[in-house]
Design a protein around this ligand. Structure first.
Ligand SMILES: Nc1ncnc2c1ncn2[C@@H]1O[C@H](COP(=O)(O)OP(=O)(O)OP(=O)(O)O)[C@@H](O)[C@H]1O
Ligand SMILES: [Mg+2]
Length: 330
């Protein structure tokens, strides 16, 4: 039932897994509420007649994360006939992508649950950016399927524009419109794509600029802002579209060191507020404290995925071990 093919012993009413079994993803039908997802390590199991009880380590309360959110040894009760919930927000199935002869995404299967924060890491050229770009269809795919909130990604046209608006994206370089003020940057998409009323769009923009801590910069042009401020405006601009999921592609790697934290703090807060996030980053502190799951890519494949503690302290693959030894010791 999980990606690693970990099989439990069949017992009446389900499967019994031995303590310590690592499940990469519990089948959604097992989840009693939308608040549980990602990775679980089963610590104890028992099967009374009609209720299956999992005692899991690494339990995250996704809706109300407060600070470091781990609550070890939380009990989750699941009825045997729990109905599977359609709570998978971003689903990639067997996605393949080539650039000429280069097979840049290879058989990618990835499901991101609503409210989940997934950090994607891996060596340069492993396909992390391409993965992000396929999710809002800045890049097409050769085969496989991608859906957002149950809807397949449309190929083009208005449906694509609408769907793209559901996916907020923040890039490494600050892609703000240079000739528009900060306020205009944050209202533009609301007016054009969401057809919002101007006054309402501006009110919302100001509230978002306040939320990311740059409300006093509203009438300036991007070039008059620091990199950290520009990146926070880029986050506000993406949030203005009420995205269902936010993609971040190395949002802090072009920043001066003293500005990294101000951006990471905004992202941490977003995670605590329950935003579904896919974050490509080398900021391992962020991965440890905010991510529900780390996805490690190499050579266009997902090589390994695990909860951050597990991934950083006990990576399974040689590729991940090698990668971590390089980034953690330099
Ligand atoms: N438009 C393109 N045309 C041709 N090759 C491309 C294109 N975009 C990316 N590639 C190649 O695809 C591979 C994956 O690139 P990608 O940018 O997704 O990697 P990445 O994991 O994001 O790397 P980095 O950590 O350096 O950002 C690389 O070998 C890259 O050179
Ligand atoms: Mg990249």
């Amino acid at each position: 039932m999980d990606k690693d093919g970990v099989k439990g012993e069949r017992v009446e009413g389900g499967f019994r897994y031995s303590a310590g079994t690592q499940l990469v993803q519990v089948h959604p039908g097992w989840l009693p509420s939308r608040r549980v997802s990602a990775c679980y390590q089963i610590v104890m199991l028992n099967f009374p007649s009609d209720v299956m009880t999992l005692v899991v380590r690494h339990y995250y309360c996704l809706r109300n994360r407060g600070g470091r959110s781990k609550r070890p040894m939380t009990e989750v009760s699941v009825t045997k006939d729990a109905v599977p919930m359609a709570d998978d927000l971003v689903v990639l199935q067997n996605v393949n992508k080539h650039f000429g002869a280069l097979h840049v995404l290879q058989d990618i299967d990835l499901t991101i649950t609503r409210g989940e924060v997934v950090v994607v890491i891996g060596p340069s050229g492993s396909g992390k950016s391409t993965l992000c770009r396929t999710i809002n269809r800045l890049e097409s795919i050769d085969s496989g399927a991608i859906s957002i909130d149950g809807k397949p990604l449309p190929a083009e046209g208005k449906a694509l524009a609408r769907l793209r608006a559901d996916v907020g994206m923040v890039f490494q370089s600050f892609n703000l419109f240079a000739h528009k003020t900060v306020l205009e940057n944050v209202t533009l998409g609301q007016l054009k794509v969401r057809k919002a009323d101007k006054k309402a769009a501006e009110e919302k923009a100001r509230a978002l600029l306040d939320r990311v801590g740059v409300s006093t910069q509203a009438d300036k042009y991007p070039a008059q802002l620091s990199g950290g401020q520009q990146q926070r405006v880029a986050i506000a601009r993406a949030l203005a579209m009420d995205p269902k999921v936010m993609l971040f592609d190395e949002p802090t790697s072009a920043l001066d060191p003293e500005m990294i934290n101000e951006v990471l703090e905004v992202m941490q807060q977003l995670a605590r507020d329950g935003m579904t996030m896919i974050v490509v980053t080398h900021e391992m502190g962020f991965a440890r404290s905010a991510a529900n799951r780390v996805v490690f890519m190499a050579d266009g494949r997902i090589v390994e995925e695990a909860v951050p503690d597990q991934f950083f302290s006990n990576p399974r693959s040689d590729r991940a071990k090698d990668f971590l030894s390089k980034i953690l010791h330099h």
